[in-house]
Write a protein that binds this ligand. Structure first.
Ligand code: ZN
Ligand code: ZN
Length: 404
């Protein structure tokens, strides 16, 4: 139970308005349940106001409690550990509230606006952080104009104004902060766990903007695209990595970064009981993935595992640039119905797989974008010609049905 000695003592004091507020809060859910539409919207705005004004009260009390050092009576070594322990805040959330409490002492206009409910907690957090960076005295000189900006902007936009202000009063400090941020950059690509690789990292603002700008062109949802925004972003990253450098005419005929896969002939042929394919770094992929990657070997190089090196080398083929250009000229885009992804985003799919004797020649090839190519190989969808010259993807009837 979070109710320790102090809280019980405060709560049992006669005339405690917080106790009355808590009783009233108990009646709110039933009241909210009865609201709809615009009335519900208004109520939600009021809920935020209550939260913000409560944060303002918290900041005022926290400042006195911090100054008094009373937290030590509970055995806490500092105000932040006390807040984590007694108020169940994360270290970051606790430190932010302590920063606000301390800075508000020097920012009277901000404190008043916060208490009146004119300023949200997040806006106040931006003000306090700015004061920490450039000193409360500098912020106090511009306090009125900053508060005016805060009135009309959401906290994210307001951060931009605050950063601009910091740069004006302390360009060297702003540069140092940018450099500190840059030093924190990293990207981590995890090892596969359950078939998934976790990416995480931090980029400085410029790096983040560069990646976003580069990914944007690949983010557009296609017709009847049911991917989530997160899935589209992940696909966009892969599209970007698979782009052929200097592909002038966009037909995808140029060289691309190659993925090296070790596989046996049995795996390529999809013979039951064949081992999985191995990617560089040791992770494994199913036979269907090996077949898809081998289908347009411009994106991959299959290296034989075992004694059948010669056979794979003999069988392995890439789509010659001239054939690839003819394929792009004939199909224009992914041939799946309702798909219009351009040739540079497509693989050349062998309708009859080459280990089964399908030739790498125009009549046996169709352009499929990466998601549709994947549906055919790993998803087991069948390709059936449609009346309009496009192809329909037929969902597999049985889970083990596979097309090569
Ligand atoms: Zn294919
Ligand atoms: Zn497609």
């Amino acid at each position: 139970m979070p109710h320790d000695g102090i809280m019980v003592a405060a709560g049992s004091r006669p005339g405690n308005p917080l106790a009355r507020i808590l009783v009233e809060l108990g009646a709110v859910p039933a009241w909210l349940d009865g609201l709809e539409g615009a009335t519900l919207g208004e109520a939600l705005i009021q809920v935020r106001e209550v939260v913000d004004r409560t944060e303002s009260l918290f900041a005022g009390g926290l400042r006195r409690f911090d100054t008094s050092g009373e937290y030590a009576a509970d055995g806490a070594i500092g105000i932040v550990p006390w807040l984590r322990w007694k108020c169940r805040l994360s270290a970051g959330a606790a430190a932010e509230r302590v920063g606000i409490a301390r800075q508000l002492d020097h920012l009277p206009k901000t404190e008043e606006a916060f208490a009146r409910g004119e300023l949200s907690y997040q806006h106040v957090a931006v003000m306090a952080r700015t004061a920490e960076h450039v000193g409360a005295a500098a912020v106090r000189k511009a306090e009125a104009s900053l508060l005016k900006a805060a009135e009309t902007m959401d906290p994210g936009q307001f951060v931009g104004v605050a950063k601009n202000f910091e740069h004006r009063v302390d360009a060297a400090g702003a540069l140092a902060e940018t450099n500190r941020a840059y030093e924190r950059r990293y990207l981590h690509i995890g090892d596969p766990v359950d078939g998934l690789v976790r990416l995480d990292g931090l980029l400085d603002a410029e790096g983040g903007a560069t990646v976003r700008t580069a990914l944007n062109p690949f983010m557009k949802p296609g017709k009847a695209d049911d991917r989530t925004a997160g899935q589209r972003l992940a696909d966009a990253l892969l599209e970007l990595c698979k782009q052929r450098p200097a592909s002038k005419n966009g037909d995808g005929a140029g060289p691309r970064p190659q993925l090296i896969i070790r596989a046996t002939v049995e795996t390529l042929a999809g013979i039951p009981g064949a081992p999985a394919g191995e990617l560089e770094g040791g992770s494994t992929v199913p036979a269907e993935t090996v077949q898809r990657l081998a289908c347009d070997s411009a994106i991959s190089r299959i290296i034989a595992k075992g004694e059948l090196d010669f056979e794979i080398t003999r069988a392995s083929r890439s789509i010659p640039p001239a054939t690839r250009r003819a394929l792009a000229a004939r199909d224009h885009h992914c041939v799946a119905q309702s798909c219009d992804r351009q040739p540079s985003w497509c693989d050349g799919h062998h309708r009859q797989f080459w280990t089964n004797g399908g030739p790498t020649a125009l009549p046996n090839l169709v352009l499929l974008c990466r998601p549709h190519h994947r549906m055919v190989h790993e998803g087991g969808f069948q390709l059936r010609p449609a009346a309009d010259g496009r192809w329909i993807l037929i969902r597999p009837v049985a889970a083990h049905a596979r097309s090569a």
